[in-house]
Design a protein around this ligand. Structure first.
Ligand SMILES: [Zn+2]
Length: 495
């Protein structure tokens, strides 16, 4: 949601007697209006009735007996009282350096403070020049428009909705010793009333937004200390996401459950592409989707024959499975690791070798460019818009928290895979890399995407076409999984 100044067309009002006024210039429709003022020596007071008439589209509520007024700016109520220096914007209290005063049937407010409060809250496009006694109104759209707070077992996630992507360097954050966490966004124009209305939960006790001239600040009071935090921007819908990590509940029951949850009893094998998405194609027509399905099946067979690990396939045939569904399958089957198998391509036909990728979220355009080829499949998915909105919202954030938990394990698994493939394949080990592969986003388990070789390289295409070579790849990945499981079981035994 966002709010902006709405054009106001109101009949020009001229008082019979001469009195001082502030000129109001609406730069949107070039209309001019006037606000009556009491010019008492060095403080200029402006009429609340006039503020309502010129700046809002709804009549104010006036309690004449108690000299209180409510001004309505869209769905925000501003309550003022004469002989008080406090202003209530919805439930938020603002303080003015001097009192509001009454003049019988109107309340007069100190001009500079009230314009500042309006600018900070409901009308970001206000500019007041106290020398010229001129108030300019321009359209300024809030670019920080709302907030959601979500509690997870290991922390709290704040999604701050924005209307644009900010430069990375314009977002800064820190946790202060005083128990507050601060986010500052340079060039941010924050809808403070909306942010301040947010329901709090999790480690977040209170949220307060403040508008400064060059930046917006969101201050978060924490109920307890946090063990870490991440801030990143996520697209579609645009948002700044803050994860505030808190320790897991350490009860014995919890640990037991956690152990069971972590026991490596299920492996999800994801053969890349399929159906109308062929993946990359080699010079002599070898299709990625066929190669990787065969490797997945060989790997699954090894796991089923030689271990008691349960194997779940995202696809076992040449069918199209959207990316979101692959991780959904993985999560719903309680998979403990997710292995996505692919074959690579490069315009440079000499490029060859195998490499493994980890999901690294929130990192820059480089990673996105790297992953764009594998992610391009999203375009093939019908009605994918909704799904990926989901994926970039809640699921993405959950995944990111999960990823930070699983990143270390994913790294270990990837290292084992590279090592084991290196022992078997006569092909360069290109190492473990990081990129934002969509297929890995949302898998709440350690996960790795393997590029087994380059179909664009004639030698590797020839090899990948050989069943014996694909068997070697499957055996390499199999050994890596078994090694990874032993390591994990050792750790569980120790824990
Ligand atoms: Zn692929």
């Amino acid at each position: 949601m966002f709010t902006f100044y709405k054009t106001i067309i109101i009949a020009f009002f001229l008082s019979a007697h001469l009195s001082a006024t502030i000129l109001v210039v609406n730069r949107v429709n070039q209309k001019e209006n006037e606000l009556h003022i009491l010019d008492n020596s060095n403080v200029t007071y402006v009429s609340a009735n006039d503020l309502s008439r010129v700046l809002t589209s709804r009549l104010p509520f006036i309690n004449k007996e108690r000299m209180k007024m409510v001004l309505y700016f869209s769905d925000t109520r501003i309550k003022i009282s004469s002989n008080s220096s406090y202003i209530l914007v919805d439930e938020e209290v603002y303080h003015m350096p001097v009192y509001a005063i009454d003049s019988g049937d109107d309340i007069y407010l100190p001009a500079v403070p009230i314009f500042n409060i309006l600018k900070q809250t409901v009308l970001p496009g206000l500019t007041y020049d106290p020398i010229k006694q001129r108030l300019d109104i321009d359209v300024v759209k809030f670019n920080i428009t709302g907030l959601d707070i979500d509690q997870k077992a290991n922390g709290t996630i704040l999604t701050i909705y924005t209307r644009e992507r900010f430069l990375e360097g314009h977002i800064s954050s820190f946790e202060h010793d005083n128990g507050w966490f601060y986010l500052t966004v340079q060039d941010g124009i924050v809808d403070t009333t909306r942010i301040n209305k947010a329901d709090t939960r999790g480690v977040v006790a209170k949220v307060t937004a403040n508008q400064f001239s060059e930046s917006a600040q969101i201050a978060i009071r924490l109920r307890s200390s946090i063990i870490g935090h991440e801030v990143f921007q996520s697209p579609d819908p645009n948002a700044i996401v803050i994860t505030l990590r808190t320790p897991f509940d350490k009860s014995a029951e919890r640990i037991r459950k956690l152990r069971n949850r972590w026991r490596l009893d299920t492996v999800v094998l994801d053969a890349g592409h399929g159906g109308k998405d062929g993946g990359t194609v080699g010079r002599s027509g070898t299709r990625e989707k066929d190669i990787v399905l065969d490797i997945s099946k060989r790997l699954g067979l090894l796991l089923e024959k030689k271990t008691n690990i349960n194997v779940v396939y995202t696809r076992e045939e040449d069918i199209f499975i959207p990316l979101w569904k692959r991780t959904k399958i993985a999560n719903e089957s309680n998979g403990k690791i997710f292995v996505s198998i692919h074959a690579n391509s490069n315009p440079n036909r000499t490029a060859r070798g195998f490499e493994s990728y980890l999901l690294k979220q929130g990192k820059s355009d480089d990673a996105i460019a790297l992953a764009s080829r594998e992610n391009a499949v999203i375009k093939l998915e019908e009605h994918s818009g909704d799904k990926y909105k989901e994926l970039t919202g809640e699921n993405l954030i959950m995944a990111t928290m999960a990823q930070s938990m699983f990143l270390k394990e994913s790294e270990e698994l990837a290292a084992f895979i590279q090592e084991e493939l290196g022992n078997r394949l006569n092909s360069p080990n290109r190492g473990v890399k990081q990129a934002g592969f969509v297929v890995l986003i949302g898998a709440s388990m350690p996960n790795v995407l393997i590029e087994t070789g380059f179909l664009s390289n004639p030698t590797e295409e020839k090899r990948l076409k050989q069943a014996s070579y694909r068997q070697k790849i499957a055996e390499g990945i199999f050994s890596a999984i078994v090694k990874f499981r032993s390591l994990r079981e050792e750790l569980l035994a120790e824990g």
